[in-house]
Design a protein around this ligand. Structure first.
Ligand code: G
Ligand code: G
Ligand code: MN
Ligand code: NA
Length: 252
C-alpha cells in the first residue's frame, strides 16, 4: 500500500526516466534499434528497478497511466534519434499483460502516435509470451488493430511461456526475442544450443526476425552469428543507458 501511494505521487510528478539499450544487427554489426526500459527516480533516493514497481502498477491499475507515459516518451525519443541519424530509428516498448486486457491499448497507442507525430514504423511493442496464452479472437483482433497503426510487434521472453507455438501462424508479429535464460550459459549447456537453433529456425520459417537477449560475451555473439540469429542485445554491447548517453553513442 505504501508503494501504491508513492507510485501515485510519482506518476503525478513524472519521477520516471527511460533508459535505452542498443540492439545490434548481426549482418552489419551496426546499431539497429533500442529497447526502452523504465526507471523510477524518486526526488531524493536511489533509482528503483521496474521489477519492484511494475508488478504493483499492474495490480493497482496504475500501469495505464504509467504505460501512457512510457509510450509518449519512447515515441519522442524515437523522433529525436531518427532526427539525429537522418533516418528512421526504432524504439521498442514493453507492454504488460494488464495493458492488453484492461486498457484500451489500441486507442491509447493511436492517440500517442498522433500526439507525438512519430513515424509508426519507429515504434515496436514487446508482448511477453505469457500474454499470448489468451489466443482468443478478441486478442488476435487487438494485435491486428495494433499492426494496422503501422507499428511492429515482438514476442518478448520467447521460449519461457506455456503457450504453444501454434499461435505464431495467427499472430501478426515481426520479431521473436529469445529469452536470455537460453543465451546466458550456452557455453556449458548443449541443451540451450539446441533450443536456440530450434527457435531461430522456427522464427525464420515464419518470416520473423530473431533477436537474442542477454548476450554478455564475444563467444556468445560469435555462436549466435553462426546460428543465423538476426539481432543481438546485451551487456556485451551495452547495458541500458540514460537518454544523454544513448545520444552520445548514436552520434558515433
Ligand atoms: O531494465 P530491467 O532489466 O531492470 O527490467 C526489468 C523488467 O522490467 C523486464 O522484464 C522489463 O521487460 C520490465 N520493464 C522495463 N520497462 C518496462 C515498461 O516500461 N513497461 C513494462 N510493462 N515493463 C517494463
Ligand atoms: O523482460 P525483458 O526482456 O524486457 O527484460 C530485459 C531485461 O534484461 C532488462 O532488465 C535489462 O536490464 C536486462 N538485460 C539486458 N541485457 C542483459 C544482459 O546481457 N544480461 C543480463 N543478465 N540482463 C540483461
Ligand atoms: Mn523486453
Ligand atoms: Na526478454
Amino acid at each position: 500500500i505504501e508503494i501504491e501511494y508513492s507510485l501515485r505521487h510519482a506518476i503525478e510528478n513524472e519521477e520516471f526516466l527511460l533508459y535505452f539499450q542498443p540492439k545490434i544487427n548481426l549482418a552489419t554489426g551496426k546499431l539497429c534499434g533500442a529497447e526502452a526500459l523504465i526507471r523510477w527516480q524518486p526526488k531524493d533516493g536511489p533509482l528503483i528497478s521496474p521489477l519492484s514497481f511494475i508488478p504493483v502498477a499492474e495490480e493497482t491499475g496504475q500501469i495505464e497511466a504509467l504505460g501512457r507515459w512510457v509510450l509518449g516518451n519512447a515515441c519522442r525519443a524515437a523522433n529525436q534519434f531518427s532526427q539525429l541519424l537522418g533516418k528512421p530509428f526504432s524504439v521498442a516498448v514493453n507492454v504488460s499483460p494488464r495493458q492488453f486486457r484492461h486498457c484500451d491499448l489500441v486507442s491509447t497507442v493511436e492517440q500517442v502516435i498522433k500526439d507525438t507525430n512519430v513515424n509508426p514504423g519507429c515504434l515496436e511493442l514487446e508482448i511477453t509470451e505469457s500474454c499470448l496464452v489468451h489466443d482468443t479472437p478478441a486478442f488476435i483482433k487487438t494485435l491486428h488493430d495494433l499492426k494496422s497503426l503501422g507499428l511492429t510487434l515482438a514476442i518478448d521472453d520467447f521460449g519461457t511461456g506455456y503457450s504453444s507455438m501454434a499461435y505464431l501462424k495467427d499472430f501478426p508479429v515481426d520479431r521473436l526475442k529469445i529469452d536470455k535464460a537460453f543465451v546466458g550459459n550456452l557455453e556449458n549447456e548443449p541443451a540451450n544450443v539446441a533450443i536456440l537453433k530450434a527457435i531461430i529456425a522456427l522464427g525464420h520459417s515464419f518470416g520473423l526476425k530473431v533477436v537474442a537477449e542477454g548476450v554478455e560475451t564475444a563467444y556468445q555473439q560469435a555462436y549466435l552469428h553462426g546460428m543465423g540469429c538476426d539481432e543481438l542485445q546485451g551487456y556485451y554491447f551495452s547495458k541500458p543507458l540514460p537518454l544523454a548517453d544513448f545520444l552520445l553513442i548514436l552520434k558515433k
